[in-house]
Design a protein around this ligand. Structure first.
Ligand SMILES: C[S@@+](CC[C@H](N)C(=O)[O-])C[C@H]1O[C@@H](n2cnc3c(N)ncnc32)[C@H](O)[C@@H]1O
Length: 258
């Protein structure tokens, strides 16, 4: 699955907001080393740079187009190609950070403790992932994908995103971390209309579904069916916009000084 930085950054403000909220909550005065796992086009890495201008910050991503965009955004940062699914830290980082990425990486029971082991004493693991709980848009996508025309082709896509309750992450980390901060936030994004909601999803959650469909006619029919549901679920407000709710889960786990 390849990514399109331009389409992804169409909603730059909305997409970067959770990374600002996450970085703002990390209690770390002056970390020397920070890594942004799944840095994308560099938008989340820029937020880290803004908070800790003196830190050595590395952005890691598996997608070459995203890394090229990241390099254009800041030629002086350390950018690295790598896969979080198999990443093992070379040394430890004061902040291991990941915004809107880990939902694409399987087996969190193995992954999350591994990422926590990459945190230096006194440092923090901080990540944010979207959550499907009570999400109208994810339910709509699943229902459209369940249509007999598309059910078989989209089966893998339906299972592509990892989704656990907050308590799953609490249980994984509570005996390892000195302190744990777990919360959810539901953003209410005011977008230009139902088409904008579809457009938002096109560059993230919808991509594995659209990639799995056999041809352009199916993709168009799939999107049209979804757009109908979006229009019904998110009616226009008096200013013509729609309010698009998007719930996200945040976790910060602090390592003791040992
Ligand atoms: C939704 S974007 C998030 C970008 C940025 N962190 C942000 O806050 O907007 C997800 C990024 O995760 C990357 N990604 C997905 N799976 C990955 C993996 N297994 N290893 C490394 N990067 C991955 C994608 O290439 C993409 O750039």
């Amino acid at each position: 699955m390849s990514w399109d930085p331009e389409k992804y950054l169409k909603f730059r403000g909305e997409r970067t907001r959770p990374s600002v909220d996450l970085v703002g909550r990390i209690v770390a005065e002056d970390p020397a080393t920070v890594i942004d796992l799944g840095c994308g086009p560099g938008n989340s890495t820029a937020v880290l740079r803004g908070r800790w201008p003196g830190a050595s910050i590395t952005g890691l991503d598996s997608d070459p187009a995203m890394l090229r965009a990241a390099l254009r955004s800041d030629p002086y940062m350390n950018w690295m190609q790598g896969d979080v699914a198999s990443w093992h830290a070379d040394g430890a980082f004061d902040v291991v950070y990941s915004n809107a990425v880990l939902q694409w990486v399987p087996d969190h029971a193995e992954l999350i403790p591994r990422l926590f082991r990459a945190v230096a004493p006194g440092g923090a693991l901080a990540f944010q992932i979207p959550t499907r709980v009570d999400s109208a848009i994810y339910a709509d996508i699943d229902e459209v994908a369940n249509d007999p025309r598309w059910r078989a082709a989209t089966e893998a896509a339906r299972n592509a995103l990892v989704d656990h309750e907050p308590a799953f992450y609490y249980d994984l980390l509570c005996t390892k971390a000195e302190r744990l901060d777990v919360w959810t936030t539901e953003y209410q994004h005011a977008l230009d209309g139902p088409e904008a909601v579809l457009d938002w999803m096109r560059s993230t959650r919808l991509r594995p579904f659209l990639d799995a469909l056999p041809d352009e006619a199916d993709r168009r029919a799939f999107e049209a069916a979804l757009l109908g549901r979006i229009a019904a679920a998110f009616p226009r407000r008096p200013d013509g916009k729609v309010l698009f709710p998007f719930r996200r889960l945040f976790v910060i786990a602090y390592r003791g000084r040992d």
